[in-house]
Design a protein around this ligand. Sequence first.
Ligand SMILES: Cc1cc2nc3c(=O)[nH]c(=O)nc-3n(C[C@H](O)[C@H](O)[C@H](O)COP(=O)(O)O)c2cc1C
Length: 201
Amino acid sequence: MSEPGRARGGGDAHPLRILERWFAEARERGVADPTRVAFVTASAAGEPSARTVQLKRFEQESLLFTSTLYTRKARELAENPRVALLFHWPAAERQVHITGAAELAERSLARELFDERELVRRVQTIASRQGAPIDDLEQVRARHAHLMHTLEAPPECPEDWGAIRVTPASVELMTEAPDRIHERALWLREGDGWSRSLLSP
Ligand SMILES: Cc1cc2nc3c(=O)[nH]c(=O)nc-3n(C[C@H](O)[C@H](O)[C@H](O)COP(=O)(O)O)c2cc1C
């Protein structure tokens, strides 16, 4: 496992290893935070929804995200595991479209990723019920400030906060070209391996 953006060796036979390399290259080309990605889920009835999340970690065959588990995305994942992810880095002239299946990762991993968060973010997680209707932001701000000043120890990972593991079935790696003849490499999981084909731009 490695942090997003830390490219390792391993060559070009696996789209996630290429993606790891692309993270490092995106940073070199001025993309401030390549981990930001559109995360698309759908209800059991097929109604889609999207939001931005941040990639937390690469695994050998999957990608890890975190979220509170009562949010729309988490509810939709529970009834329909099929998801899509879309990275777009204009400064690097690259786009990555991933489809696959999502599942809730182990509690131990959720705790580990929670403990890695900055304290202010850990406290924010317990100060704000994400997605709940509120009258005004001041209440949330005041609760957050109060907790920051009064908590005697950093909060532990809440039961309703977790890690989401996305295992790709397809990865399309697109590189823009000045002549508009962009390279679109489509990787499809086949058994334990991957096939690669080129798509016309
Ligand atoms: C730059 C950025 C990064 C974000 N990262 C995350 C994240 O890693 N996890 C998360 O649950 N929400 C993240 N959010 C908030 C989500 O976009 C979204 O508002 C929230 O998760 C609720 O989404 P949902 O109700 O559709 O599930 C991020 C938002 C922005 C703008």
